[in-house]
Design a protein around this ligand. Structure first.
Ligand code: GLA
Length: 742
């Protein structure tokens, strides 16, 4: 059993293959956190927790004269409010009498087989191969009767533990939630830990930053209405010495696409608290008697083998337990060509067919018609919301256009930006109140567009009806779902003044409802997410889309950092990566090698390529397909860090059985008369012999990993190499044969 309740010690231990997590119903029934880390037997870890009389740290009234029990110094499973714990809280609730207290004590626990589900929010699921269990612990405040239900999902083989939270108003008058965190994790000593996060900006998403914990609250958050380009809902707490292959790393990945908050607080006693959940900014959520609120899920993983070990846990888990699309495992992803950087909005049906015809010679499977096909949309100032085909541009109609593409033996894809509306659109003229704007004030414009009020049922229903109508009208194989601004003017015309603090979250719930009704009802369509590039690249989105556009920045040298940072948590098979005209001095081959780190495709005017160039692209597309089983299903290794000054960036995919690997290198800096570079592989079988790019001369896995392969210096700048390693035999058997001959 992956969850053990030890009646004598009153501990609850969650066991996965390599980790243990323990909590205890402790003094006065407070739920204390005792341990998370490498697997330990079922023993009471309470001996770790020391109690002293700490000045200026309050003691619960019931502890009478015992000044040594202070929640300010105890590790807790869910830090609460006004109980003498002055660290950051997991909950801030305004009780019906206006007070701000919450004294949650453990009153019940349940253990069951299978993984819990959330009602309105996406979450991970258990597959047939998984042993998954659920723990529910109920905390209750005896005065207000507000219940907090802590949910834990334990995935034994995957080494993953999920957490989520529900609040139920058991009182008889309304209450308001101001802050509700999905996870709280207290480390008894965190002085030597670092916090790693993935900050960025438009065009440079998910760069990697690492900061030592100091005595304040380190905050990673987004208040842009979306998980954002600027931060990502993923953080790692790790040993100060942790590196790719070494050290303890704890990962926290939040399944939510709106405002989020992660706080890591190193307290006065060097204890470290991590909380993560919906951001409290403009969050004021009413719960009437018996109403419940559910917070999003956090997926936690622990590795004692550095960042690579942690990434592998997330990659494996997110490849199988996050998205139900058949394109995750069953159906191979197509090579696509996208019209955006080829034509922007200046195209018609004839131009699209021309691009497709040229792309066919490049081995492309799918033509994607990007922005500009609907309403009045010749530039980005109008038309959003009018999801009707513009037959001035698509003169033959959508149905016929798709037929023409299909006749070429290719598939067809289409672009939408469902959540947005242009002021200059029929939709806005008919329903100005559907756009988010505060009465009596002008709305903030961004790309000259406004956000629809996704919290409104009519808006959701309009989008579901319109988009499904387009998808059902023609043979659509692929959809790119975009969102191109952050939210401001948070207001819903549909809600009374006192409920405006619910709009940010209701927007996200409305969005998920629309996605459920469009994406889950079209299981044969491949969906790709996008937000001005990779602005909403989070696990909740990856629950719906098997792939996500990494960035509008297609420069292959910038992409090295983008792919590196993104890969800390998201598998490379989710990373939308194309070859485009961006990066003029970078060879086409290098662009292909970089795009093969992701889903691979083209984003250029194929009609401008010479026959020779098209032939080269055909070979690249074929190569992408040839290596698909390695790059989409294998283990990914970051071999170098592109943020450090070095002469090359290298990465590697290795099949699970170590029989094949694809090692990729981009020479980023050729210093005059500089040193010889070697790239060292990882994850191979050290005893086995491998051929390198089909060479008869075999090299042992051990040599390839310890001595490495020399990277030629006699190459033009920004050259790239791919080394395809294929296991041929065990090295000792070769040695044996050699001896026999003699
Ligand atoms: C965003 C996307 C681009 C493209 C444009 C269209 O910027 O990231 O790929 O689809 O919108 O307007």
């Amino acid at each position: 059993m992956a969850i053990i309740f030890n009646e004598k010690a009153r501990t609850i231990t969650l066991q996965t293959k390599n980790t243990s997590y323990q909590m205890k119903i402790g003094n006065l029934d407070y739920l204390l956190h005792l341990y998370y880390g490498p697997a330990i037997p079922d023993e009471d870890m309470n001996y770790q927790v020391m109690q002293y009389d700490r000045g200026f740290s309050g003691n619960p009234y019931e502890s009478r004269n015992a000044r040594t029990f202070s929640l300010d110094a105890q590790p807790q499973e869910f830090s609460t409010q006004q109980q003498g714990d002055f660290r950051t809280a997991s909950i801030e609730v305004v009780n019906s009498d206006g007070s701000y207290s919450y004294h949650g004590k453990a009153v019940d626990y349940r253990i069951r087989e299978g993984k819990y589900q959330l009602e309105q929010l996406p979450c991970v699921f258990a597959c047939e191969a998984d042993t998954a269990h659920t723990l529910e612990v109920t905390l209750c405040d005896a005065v207000s009767n507000i219940k907090v239900i802590l949910l834990y999902g334990v995935f034994e083989e995957a080494d993953v533990i999920t957490r989520a939270v529900k609040v139920v108003n058991g009182g008889d008058r309304p209450i308001h939630l101001k802050k509700i965190m999905s996870v709280c994790l207290d480390f008894l000593n965190g002085a030597d830990m670092d916090l790693l996060s993935l900050p960025g900006r438009y065009g440079q998403e998910r760069q990697v930053e690492r900061q030592p914990m100091t005595h304040h609250i380190h905050t990673i958050s987004s208040v842009r209405g979306s998980s954002s380009h600027q931060q990502n809902p993923f953080v790692v707490l790790c040993d100060r010495e942790a590196s790719e292959d070494y050290g303890r790393c704890y990962g926290f990945s939040l399944m939510y696409s709106g405002n989020f908050l992660a706080e890591a607080e190193l307290d006065q006693y060097d204890q470290l608290r991590l909380v993560m959940g919906i951001h409290p900014k403009q969050f004021f959520y009413e719960l009437k008697p018996q109403e419940a609120f559910e917070g999003p899920e956090v997926v936690m993983a622990f590795s004692s083998h550095g960042f690579t070990g942690l990434s592998h846990l997330y990659h494996d888990f997110y490849r199988t337990n996050l998205c139900r699309s058949k394109f995750v495992t069953e159906v191979q992803r197509p090579v696509l060509i996208n019209s955006w950087e080829a034509a922007f909005m200046d195209f018609d049906d004839v131009k699209l067919v021309e691009i497709a015809r040229a792309a066919k010679n490049m081995g492309v499977d799918l033509l994607v018609m990007d922005d500009g096909w609907f309403g009045k949309r010749d530039d980005d100032n109008s038309g959003l919301g009018d999801w009707f085909v513009n037959e001035d541009k698509i003169k033959c109609g959508l149905h016929r256009l798709v037929e023409q593409i299909n006749d070429l033996g290719m598939k067809f894809g289409i672009w939408f930006e469902p959540e947005m509306v242009s002021e200059d659109s029929d939709l806005y003229r008919a329903h100005p109140d559907w756009a988010m704007q505060i009465p009596g004030r002008h709305a903030v414009r961004s790309r000259n567009q406004m956000a629809l009020d996704m919290s409104r049922r009519e808006v959701q229903d309009y989008l579901i009806e319109r988009i499904n109508a387009i998808l059902d009208d023609a043979n659509i194989f692929y959809v790119k779902w975009d969102i191109n601004r952050s939210l401001a003017d948070i207001w819903s015309n549909d809600l009374p003044a006192e409920k405006q603090g619910e709009v940010y979250h209701r927007y996200i719930l409305g969005l998920y409802r629309v996605m459920d009704a469009i994406i889950l009802t079209h299981p044969d369509i491949l969906f790709e997410g996008c937000s001005g590039g990779g602005g909403r690249y989070d696990p909740a989105m990856l629950h719906y889309y098997p792939q996500y556009w990494v960035s509008d920045n297609n420069n292959p040298i910038d992409r090295l950092k983008l792919h590196y940072g993104t890969s800390f948590v998201y598998p490379t098979c989710t990373m939308g990566a194309h070859i485009s005209d961006s990066g003029r001095f970078v060879p086409l081959e290098t662009k292909a090698v970089v795009a093969m780190c992701g889903t691979f495709g083209y984003e250029l005017d194929a009609t401008h390529l010479s026959k020779k160039e098209q032939k080269i692209c055909k070979e690249q597309s074929d190569r992408f397909r040839k290596y698909y089983h390695i790059t989409f299903k294998g283990d990914f290794y970051r071999l170098t860090n592109p943020f450090r000054m070095g002469n090359m960036t290298a990465w590697e995919h290795v099949t699970k059985d170590k029989s094949e690997a694809l090692l990729s290198v981009v020479v980023t800096n050729l210093t005059c008369n500089g040193p010889q570079e070697y790239v060292r592989a990882k994850g191979l079988d050290p005893q086995a012999l491998y051929s390198v790019n089909g060479s008869k001369e075999l090299r042992s896995g051990s040599a390839l990993m310890n001595a490495g392969l020399p990277v030629s210096r006699e190459v033009p700048e920004y050259s790239a190499f791919q080394f395809h390693l294929v296991k041929k035999e065990k090295s000792h058997s070769k040695a044996h044969k050699a001896t026999k001959k003699e």
